[in-house]
Design a protein around this ligand. Structure first.
Ligand SMILES: Nc1nc2c(ncn2[C@@H]2O[C@H](COP(=O)(O)OP(=O)(O)OP(=O)(O)O)[C@@H](O)[C@H]2O)c(=O)[nH]1
Length: 585
């Protein structure tokens, strides 16, 4: 949920303890003492931490190897804290290979996990989590283990891997943690449980988290928990209660100076006012969120703000403004979906790597066994050539089997990175690739090509009323019925959320309109009784072709999107063609 929380966590780490030396000395003991004081002042007094580092640097040539390693760690940490991410990564990774002190290695690893969460380098972060998992049994200091596990909790929460977040929260239960850390743990627990639908409506989990955070005087943590409670209240259709929950704390939230938390609070308040049709107040809070979002509060938050802004403008009948906001929203929505895919693919790749490593170890074990057999044969002077041939053939078979296994694993990864997991059609990334190939081919072969873009109508209501599982079923069913009336060589992709695109090579606008109309009817006729519900699924379609929009992928998508928006605006469940505006006389 909050990229922000990572930076806050980092900040929190920097806010505890100590005094810095008044005098400078070159003796080994004093250097060790200064290093340890710098380490302690990291959290309580960043300014002194910086000064001590600066002073120590002047004496670097007198450092022993282990003192120098520790100094490098502190410097890397300082770069990370100051936002110099590239320098931080360079410093920390360059010192790692030569370190023999396991505790220090462990600390550097989880500092890197933290850094990779901030820089969204998911693959590297996962690799370092794995490294620390291997080291944990050798670490005696519980404090270090707690810090590492907390970092992983935040990392997985950022990746939206909520089951893994909960797994690490459970591991933390074996350790003594401070009240402030308890607030972190309970807040992430509530968030993960909410996201995998494990929060009960009796508020036990969120109330517990809230009271711990209040006790720990952690305003940021308390506000995060209230935002989760607000989401639950929205789901129960209680916007007035959302206002009652959030408005009394708005000044407290602002006093945290934490842009992400403030923007998200304004979003929730604006959403509540919108639901109560109090448009002026909704607009005031959405505009506040919009201005705070300029501080780079993340795609997810900005996307929510623009979704609110276009809906407010729509309610105010200001269609031109609604359209402008909708365009920004749809761009952010696409970026958001891409971000989710990137996280998803990083997890898949990490799993793939661990399978591959396991395969390699198995092969080595098998090859070792064969070599031992060969040696035994030589020692006992059994020179039976047939046996050697058998051994060689066996090696070949094992190598081939391993090759096949590796090939299959690669195939699985290929499918995962090209297809949308839920609907089985192309994902946006792969769509861009194949659509460009189709456009190139049709252009050189002077063939027509049409784009049909469609977006399920009021899909949020379906989710809100019948739950996410039925929402997923509706998405899958809609794709199934459209595929049933399609041709084999049409390109069909999920562009994000409930937005889909059909690319129809060799199809003119009339054929594409007919195809869109057939899909529209097929979706409308889906029988929802099959899943024990009673509602109608509809979608709005926008169609364009290369004659109207040219052979440029972005232009085709943009024009089809404009036509879809027109279909939405003219009452939904419609098919509209993109119309080129007549030149002004
Ligand atoms: N169940 C489910 N919901 C999804 C998925 N992807 C996106 N959504 C939801 O789709 C909804 C889209 O809602 P909105 O963008 O408000 O659009 P809408 O409700 O369809 O309204 P209109 O566009 O005006 O027809 C959001 O609530 C998303 O959470 C998914 O994979 N599964």
């Amino acid at each position: 949920m909050w990229l922000s929380v990572v930076s806050f966590f980092l900040f929190y780490f920097f806010v505890q303890s100590t005094k810095v030396l008044a005098q400078e000395s070159l003796s080994e003991e004093v250097i060790t003492e200064q290093l340890s004081l710098a380490d302690n002042s990291r959290l309580s007094d960043p300014k002194k931490f910086k000064e001590t580092l600066y002073r120590l640097k002047k004496h670097q040539k007198f450092f022993s190897k282990s003192q120098n390693d520790f100094f490098q760690y502190l410097q890397g940490y300082f770069f990370a804290y100051s936002g110099e991410h590239v320098q931080a990564e360079k410093t920390l990774t360059s010192v790692l290979p030569s370190i023999t002190d396991t505790n220090l290695k462990f600390r550097i690893n989880y500092t890197l996990v933290n850094l990779y969460a901030i820089t969204k380098n998911w693959e590297e972060g996962l690799a370092f989590i794995e490294k620390n998992n291997v080291l944990i049994p050798t670490i005696k200091e519980q404090k270090l283990i707690v810090s590492s596990l907390l970092t992983v909790v935040i990392f997985y929460s950022e990746m939206k891997q909520y089951e893994l977040t909960l797994e690490y929260i459970n591991r933390l239960k074996n350790y003594d943690v401070s009240l402030s850390n308890q607030c972190f743990i309970e807040r992430f627990h509530a968030e993960a449980a909410y996201n995998i639908n494990q929060l009960t409506s009796d508020n036990v989990t969120t109330d517990k988290a809230l009271s711990i955070c209040i006790k720990a005087k952690n305003k940021l943590g308390a506000n995060s928990v209230r935002l989760i409670q607000a989401k639950q209240l929205f789901e129960a259709n209680k916007p007035q209660q959302v206002l009652d929950l959030l408005l009394p704390h708005i000044e407290e939230v602002k006093s945290t100076l934490f842009p992400m938390g403030i923007a998200e609070t304004h979003n929730s308040i604006a959403q509540a006012y919108l639901a109560l049709e109090m448009l002026a107040l909704a607009k005031e809070h959405a505009d506040l969120a919009k201005s705070i979002n300029k501080n780079n509060t993340g795609i997810e938050r900005a996307r929510a703000t623009y979704s609110l802004l276009y809906k407010i403008a729509e309610h105010e009948n200001n269609l031109e403004l609604a359209h402008t906001y909708f365009k920004v929203f749809s761009e952010l929505d696409k970026a958001y979906v891409d971000e989710i895919h990137a996280k998803h693919i990083a997890v898949q790749l990490a799993q793939h790597k661990s399978i591959e490593q396991k395969n390699r170890i198995e092969l080595l074990n098998e090859t070792n066994a064969l070599l031992t057999t060969e040696q035994t044969l030589a020692k006992s002077k059994i020179t039976n050539i047939q046996l050697v041939i058998v051994v060689l053939v066996l090696s070949l078979i094992i190598l081939s089997l391993w090759g096949i296994r590796l090939y299959k694993t690669h195939q699985v990864i290929k499918v995962l990175s090209e297809y949308d997991e839920l609907t089985g059609i192309y994902n946006r990334r792969h769509f861009n690739h194949v659509a460009k190939i189709a456009l190139k081919y049709c252009k050189s072969a002077h063939q027509e090509l049409s784009f049909v873009l469609f977006d399920l109508d009021l899909f949020k209501q379906i989710n809100d009323t019948y739950g996410h599982a039925i929402g997923d079923w509706a998405l899958q069913e809609s794709i199934k019925v459209c595929q049933a009336i399609g041709r084999k060589n049409d390109i069909f992709a999920r562009l994000g959320g409930e937005e889909f695109c059909l690319v129809l090579p060799s199809c003119d606008i009339n054929a594409a309109m007919a195809r869109a109309e057939a899909c529209r009817k097929a979706i409308e006729n889906i029988n929802t009784e099959a899943v024990g519900c009673h509602f109608t699924i509809t979608a709005s379609f926008g169609v364009t072709d290369v004659i109207r929009s040219g052979f440029d992928l972005q232009a085709l998508l943009k024009d089809a999107d404009i036509a879809t928006y027109r279909a939405k605006n003219s009452g939904r469940n419609k098919v509209c063609a993109f119309e080129i505006e007549a030149p002004q006389e």
